[in-house]
Design a protein around this ligand. Structure first.
Ligand code: PGA
Length: 254
C-alpha cells in the first residue's frame, strides 16, 4: 500500500504566536505516527519560523503556492528556489481558491508544477470540480482536463514524484464532505487515467482527498482503496484535530 500522507493547508491564517503553539502541539503527537507522512503548508512569511520549529522532526514543510517564474520583474511573486532555500519540501499548486479567486488557469498551474519540480520539490497538484460542474455531470471532464494540462507540459512520469489532491470545490470549507464512495470514484478515475499512460506511475502516485476532512470522517475516507491521505484546511489549524486525522492515516495503514 502507498504510504499515507496528511497535509495541512493553513491558508491565510495564523500569527507568529499561534503558529508556534500549533506546531508544538502537532509535534507532541507526530513522532508516534511515523508511518504517516505529515506536512504543514504555511503562509510564505511564516515559512522560516515553521522550518525552525520543525527542525529535527519528521514533519515536512510546504508552501501554498509558488511563482511559475524563476526570477525577474514579477512583483509579489515567490520562486521555488526561494522556497527551497528556506526548507520547503512540498508546494501546493492549483488550489481551487487560486483558480477561482485569482484567475489561475490550467496552464498557469502546470507552469507552477514544472517550476516546483525543477527545484526538486514535490508539487501537491489540486484538482476538483465545482458544484455546478458536478450537477452537470462533467466532474471527470473537468478533473481530466486539469490533470492533462500538467501531463501535457511535464509528461506522465513527472507524476511519480508528485502528489495529487482531489478537492471537490463544493466540499471545501463548507462542512459538506464527499461521501467516501463519491471521492473513491474520482480517485479511481484519476488513477485510471494515469494508468492508461503509465501503470507504474499510477501505482505509485499518492492521491489525497480534501474538503471538510475531520477526525470524525477521516477513517472512512482513508479506508477507500485509492485514497492515500488528505489535504486538510480548517481542521489543520488545531493540533488535536489535525493529529486525529493523522492518526486515522496511521490506522488505515494497519
Ligand atoms: P477544508 O479545506 O478542509 O477547510 O475544507 C481543504 C482545502 O482547501 O485544502
Amino acid at each position: 500500500m502507498r504510504r499515507p500522507l496528511v497535509a495541512g493547508n493553513w491558508k491565510l491564517n495564523g500569527s507568529g504566536a499561534s503558529i508556534e503553539a500549533l506546531v508544538k502541539g502537532i509535534l507532541t503527537g507526530a513522532s508516534e505516527l511515523d508511518d504517516v507522512s505529515i506536512v504543514v503548508c504555511a503562509p510564505y512569511v511564516y515559512i522560516p519560523q515553521t522550518a525552525d520549529l520543525l527542525k529535527g522532526s519528521e514533519v515536512g514543510l510546504g508552501a501554498q503556492d509558488v511563482s511559475d517564474q524563476s526570477e525577474g520583474a514579477f512583483t509579489g511573486e515567490v520562486s521555488a528556489a526561494m522556497l527551497n532555500e528556506f526548507g520547503c519540501q512540498y508546494v501546493i499548486v492549483g488550489h481551487s481558491e487560486r483558480r477561482a479567486l485569482f484567475g489561475e488557469r490550467d496552464e498557469d498551474t502546470a507552469g507552477k508544477f514544472a517550476a516546483t519540480r525543477k527545484q526538486g520539490l514535490i508539487p501537491v497538484l489540486c484538482v476538483g470540480e465545482s458544484l455546478e460542474e458536478r450537477e452537470s455531470g462533467i466532474t471527470e471532464a473537468v478533473v481530466g482536463r486539469q490533470l492533462d494540462a500538467v501531463i501535457a507540459l511535464e509528461g506522465v512520469e513527472a507524476l511519480a514524484d508528485a502528489v495529487i489532491a482531489y478537492e471537490p470545490v463544493w466540499a471545501i470549507g463548507t462542512g459538506k464532505t464527499a461521501s467516501p464512495q463519491q471521492a473513491q470514484d474520482v480517485h479511481a478515475f484519476i488513477r485510471g487515467r494515469i494508468a492508461a499512460l503509465n501503470g507504474d506511475v499510477a501505482e505509485k502516485v499518492q492521491i489525497l482527498y480534501g474538503g471538510s476532512v475531520k477526525g470524525s470522517n477521516a477513517a472512512e475516507l482513508f479506508a477507500m482503496a485509492d485514497i492515500d491521505g488528505g489535504l486538510i484546511g480548517g481542521a489543520s489549524l488545531n493540533a488535536q484535530d489535525f493529529l486525529a486525522i493523522c492518526q486515522a492515516g496511521h490506522n488505515a495503514n494497519h
